[in-house]
Write a protein that binds this ligand. Structure first.
Ligand code: COS
Length: 406
């Protein structure tokens, strides 16, 4: 099959009124989303079952994804990416979400949590040194925050980074690291100041994957998302140059991680919308074909209710994600909105997947139908990049803060 190339370069200069920082050229953007939609439809969807069965994305698909520039969608052009705005990125994610999340997961860390720490808070030198290889997919990036004893309370990281001359010595274990088995570059949050208990004692480091003292645990066996891989990353007296502190500043690594997650949560929300769209499509197609009580089940009102609720909720998710992405592009702080999106969209796609299985009836429980796989795949969305309960906390705290200020 021929590689479908993204023969588009988004112009540097914004041209669309009224808010020029958002979509820069509607026609080129629509070419981009159309090309990705076609790639998803013709190349990725037919490979889904193979990926699920083998727990591997075929090499030729990975090569196509690289050739299309998918690893650098949101990386600025000066570092070799396409430089999509947040709104453009979520529009692309709506399309990418319409297939197994494993495909997105492979390039998702390079566009997102594996590169954004450096892009948001790194020095110019760090960006130039590390980001171009992430943009092409030559190197896979990963984000090391979670630990065996540190999940939602991410300010409590125990991994230590002790200064020794012009290096830091890292010791500790990071857990469930997406793309850990493949990563050549890590953003690692480690405690440089043990006197400070919370996030204030945490520093973010760029750690090259082949640094002595790094080892990888065995790949985790997960409920779903086969083809996307996670593992422990273990640091044992791993010497990292002091110049690899992101932005050169100790003690701000937790804030860097939070800023990365604000963005990541919007991206995941958009993927949830994409998956919901796919599930609704599958459910409608099935319901139109399947006959019971003498007519296609789509003509039965109780089936219609499930489809209608799913479509309405998907549309609500899509609208809020677009709105939040636009405010991010305007430079507004979106922590609260990103958490609202992550909370709603991840729960929404869970309900949509549940209904899609229900509409399929017995068939929905069988591995022959994609809904069975998606039902397991979407469960993760409510957990990673901050659980639903963490999003509730972020939202409620921000409301309290705003109330105290008024
Ligand atoms: N952007 C910038 N700064 C932020 C921020 C954000 N989104 N969120 C918090 N901060 C800052 C705060 O302003 C505060 O700064 P000061 O110390 O200068 O006041 C500092 O970070 C600490 O914030 P806070 O007190 O809210 O931290 P907590 O330890 O209470 O933790 C939660 C906050 C629970 C929200 C955070 O730990 C979290 O998001 N946990 C989930 C982690 C997660 O998503 N893990 C998934 C795995 S990674 S894929």
């Amino acid at each position: 099959m021929q590689v479908i190339r993204l023969a588009v370069t988004l112009p540097k200069e914004p041209i669309l009124p009224p808010d020029p920082t958002m979509i820069r050229d509607a026609e080129i953007l629509s070419q981009l989303t159309d090309t990705i939609a076609r790639f998803v439809r013709e190349r990725l969807v037919p490979a889904e079952q193979h990926v699920a069965e083998t727990d591997t994305i075929p090499e030729d698909i990975v090569a196509d994804m690289k050739a299309m520039g998918l690893f650098g969608l949101s990386i600025p052009e000066q570092y070799g990416g396409l430089g999509l705005t947040m709104e453009e990125e979520v529009l692309v994610a709506f399309e990418l979400g319409r297939t197994s999340p494993a495909f997105r997961s492979l390039m998702g860390t390079n566009n997102g949590i594996g590169a954004q720490g450096i892009l948001i808070d790194g020095t110019e030198e760090q960006k130039q040194k590390y980001v171009p290889a992430l943009a092409t997919g030559e190197v896979i990036g990963a984000f090391c925050l979670t630990e065996p004893d540190v999940g939602s309370d991410s300010g409590a990281v125990k991994t230590r980074a002790q200064r020794e001359g012009d290096h830091y010595i890292l010791n500790g274990t990071k857990r469930y690291i997406t793309n850990g088995p493949h990563a050549g570059l890590f953003t690692v949050m480690a405690r440089t100041d043990p006197e400070i208990q919370g996030g204030g004692g945490v520093t973010a480091f760029i750690v090259e994957g082949d640094t002595p003292g790094i080892s990888r645990g065995k790949a985790d066996v997960k409920m779903g998302q086969k083809g996307a891989h996670t593992c422990d990353i273990i640091f044992d007296n791993c010497r990292v140059p002091a110049e690899n502190i992101i932005g050169g500043k100790e003690g701000v690594g937790f804030k860097t991680a939070m800023k990365v997650l604000d963005r990541g949560r919007l991206h995941i929300s958009a993927i949830c919308v994409g998956v919901a769209t796919r599930l609704i499509e599958d459910a409608v197609n099935f319901a139109a074909e399947r006959k019971q009580f003498g007519k296609p089940i789509i003509e039965h009102q109780l089936i219609q209710a499930m489809l209608a609720d799913s479509r309405a909720e998907m549309f609500a998710g899509r609208s809020m994600v677009l709105e939040a992405a636009r405010s991010k592009d305007r430079g507004e702080k979106v922590s609260l909105d990103a958490s609202c999106c992550k909370l709603f969209c991840s729960e929404m796609v869970g309900r949509v997947a549940d209904r899609a299985v229900q509409i399929h009836g017995g068939a929905g429980y069988m591995a022959d139908y994609a809904v069975e796989r998606f039902y397991r795949d979407v469960r993760l969305f409510r957990i990673y990049e901050g659980t639903t309960q963490i999003q509730q906390i972020v939202i409620a705290r921000e409301l309290a803060r705003q109330a105290a200020q008024s």
